[in-house]
Design a protein around this ligand. Structure first.
Ligand SMILES: [Zn+2]
Length: 296
């Protein structure tokens, strides 16, 4: 997986066409792979950053997508969808406002109905520096504060908004009949997560969300993370334990009046080194936790 600073910055990008100008997506190759029931995931054929994991419900009513990557990848996304269904995309649920999950709205918005949390729409409409707000057709049309169900392809697809985790716009989607859960970026499988503190995110909130969600996930469910490979409840539990463990270590360091640099020098998170090989290196993750936890 690419781990450049540019890629990391892109995780936090709002929904803007600018995201497309900054990276060459020509090498990206994606394909649809079955997860369970009538749910597919769009996977990278070569390890090239193409945005968040897209969940696909494909059945008699058509296609419902969870997230839609970058607009520049939309033709490849639509080609991958053709391999599982020749029916149109009727709905897109955005798990949150970041461009690597929602920039494709500018292509799919005019052809389908986009659904997201109220906060996702608000954050998309908030000017980000010099970037203009996205075109109206790229904005969610149906928004909700707590819960929304889409009765589609013979199952009640349930979207729930969680107040503050990766961002304050996060939605987790459950497909009860197919027994699949799309966690959005509340789950980076096997790696330290980026937490968007400026976008209302918080590691404390993320932990609270996971503590609430995990007991509700049925046995044997397949879990689609926002980034990383398809998981089961075991990997999600490991992820929660890592967040709790690293947070406790950094909090103890702050209590002992240590600086972030001291914690890095001590390799305070050494026990969790395996998680520091993705977007965030161990020192980046210490900085991120320290920034939030030193405020309390
Ligand atoms: Zn994100």
């Amino acid at each position: 997986m690419r781990t450049s600073v540019l890629t990391l910055a892109m995780l936090a990008l709002p929904l803007t066409a600018a995201a497309d100008d900054k990276q060459d997506f020509s090498k990206v190759q994606i394909k649809a792979t079955k997860v369970a029931g009538q749910i597919y995931v769009i996977e990278d054929v070569v390890p090239e950053f193409s945005g968040g994991n897209v969940g696909v419900s494909a059945g008699p009513d058509g296609i419902l997508l969870i997230d839609d990557k970058f607009a520049a990848i939309a033709p490849k996304l639509e080609a991958a969808l053709k391999t599982v269904s020749d029916k149109p995309v009727k709905f897109v649920i955005n798990t949150h406002y970041h461009g690597d999950h929602s920039d494709g709205n500018s292509v799919l918005g005019p052809k389908s109905t986009i659904i997201a949390s109220d906060n996702t729409r608000k954050r998309m409409m908030t000017p980000q520096g010099k970037e203009p707000p996205p075109p109206a057709a790229a904005l969610p049309v149906l928004t909700f504060e707590h819960k929304l169900s889409v009765h589609f392809n013979g199952e009640e697809i349930r979207a729930t908004h969680y107040p503050s985790g990766h961002t304050d716009t996060d939605v987790i989607v459950v497909f009860p009949k197919s027994n699949v859960v799309h966690m959005g970026d509340d789950f980076f499988n096997g790696m330290y997560p980026f937490i968007d503190l400026d976008g209302g995110g918080s590691v404390k909130g993320l932990i609270a969300n996971l503590v609430q969600v995990i007991p509700q996930i049925p046995a044997g469910a397949k879990i689609i993370p926002g980034h990383g490979p398809i998981a089961t409840i075991k990997e999600l539990r490991d992820y929660l334990a890592m967040l709790q463990g690293t947070t406790a270590i950094v909090e103890a360091g702050i209590k002992a009046r240590k600086t972030a640099d001291q914690l890095k020098k001590e390799k305070a998170l050494a026990r969790y080194d395996a998680w520091g090989k993705g977007f965030l290196k161990p020192d980046d993750f210490i900085d991120q936790l320290y920034k939030e936890l030193s405020k309390h």
